[in-house]
Design a protein around this ligand. Sequence first.
Ligand SMILES: *Cc1c(COP(=O)(O)O)cnc(C)c1O
Length: 409
Amino acid sequence: MSNAGLWQSAALYYGLLEIEMRKTIELAERVKHLPPYLFDKIDKLKKQARSKGVDLIDLSIGDPDIPTPAHIVEALRAAASKPEHHRYPSYEGMAAYREAVTGWYFRRFGVRLDPVTEALSLIGSKEGIGHLPLAFVNQGDVVLCPSPGYPVYAVGTMFAGGEAYLMPLLESNGYFPDFSAIPEDILRRTKLMFLNYPNNPTSALCSKEQFIEAIELANKYNFIICHDAAYTEVYFNGKRPMSFLELDGAKDVGVEFHSLSKTYNMTGWRIGFAVGNADVIFGLGKIKTNLDSGVFQAVQEAAVTALNTDDAILAPLRETYRLRRDALYDGLKSIGIEAVKPEATFYLWAKVPARFNSESFAVHLLENAGISATPGNGFGEAGEGFIRFALTTGVERMKEAVDRMRKII
Ligand SMILES: *Cc1c(COP(=O)(O)O)cnc(C)c1O
């Protein structure tokens, strides 16, 4: 065979091989069994509306529209030019970062933590939340997850081979799980419980007594509590949400996840942390050291600057969200939509009008008012009948959204 012929048949062979391989690439069961992505339809409709030139008011995004404070950006700029930061960071975070984290916890919550054994840097708290079950959950172990809730709790559980048991957060229980409704055999198999206050998506806070109830249950059934505290700094009415770790015995049973994302408008930077029980931190660290190489040190240095900033810079941010909340809450009330008036987080959890369900109302808002919001059932079945509005656009747009809704409800 001529050279050209040889090449031709080789190309044909490898070409066929490629087609053959593509045909046999099969997703793993854990991916195949992911819960259906309920925002698919909404995302498609959003894209369609935008391409048709609709002036979309997007109230669906849990991502601050306000930029990171300038002095934090400046700190990154300065740190980025230091060659010592251009090398691999450590997976557990720089000592200076972990000290800034524990210092912030002491100043903010009065909680004392050891920066060496009780604090760990994360590539955003989502990363830590998603990886934690890999360290502690065996096949068939149960993880208690709130529903509605941040989807990562249940998905991380599933990836680790665990079974997510959903605890409904209902209006009738103040959006806190009713532990007495969890069957005994489930509690006996429970390895972990996720909680999240201030809560996304319901905006609910929880009381000290409720946290104590959770700690007692964890002690009785010997499981770990992971408290997701992403929104403790986004609050109104002067009521400062507490840390789970403020309570006696909390550190014996659990850890808290936190993040700079929502507090300092740093969602894109990917930096967060876990603090609390040293054994839990150690286990999560084991997973991380085998999977990732930590956070860019310049980002950690900028995060140190953020955490050491006077809390006073957060006051205007809270005021901005409060004004938006009032505009949207009062507006919804005026058109007969009932909602939880948030005391924290930048979400508003509203009941959909009776002739709709979560999804049909979200679709109605998109198609007929050019407004996107997140259907409550996307956070779990217990969110059916609700819709989540994010306060991540300005007051004028909130008012405009209400005006548009008034015409179609
Ligand atoms: C935004 C959010 C997080 C995490 O954000 P990161 O950017 O990954 O730190 C965690 N939990 C909840 C409930 C959130 O809404």
